[in-house]
Design a binder for this molecule. Sequence first.
Ligand SMILES: [Zn+2]
Length: 61
Amino acid sequence: MAKFKFACEDIGMKCDFHASEKTKEALLGKIVEHAKTAHDIKEITPDLQKKVDGAIKKSLF
Ligand SMILES: [Zn+2]
């Protein structure tokens, strides 16, 4: 089953947060939650959204 992965450091954050989920939607939810609690990012701007989208990796395992 495919998995979607994200690491905060991939968008230039000095942070060791990693997440993986079966769907991109679930992963995005986790990322938004993490951004709020860990980075005090209350709003995902289109620019940040682009960065996050580009950093999400799809893995087949
Ligand atoms: Zn982070």
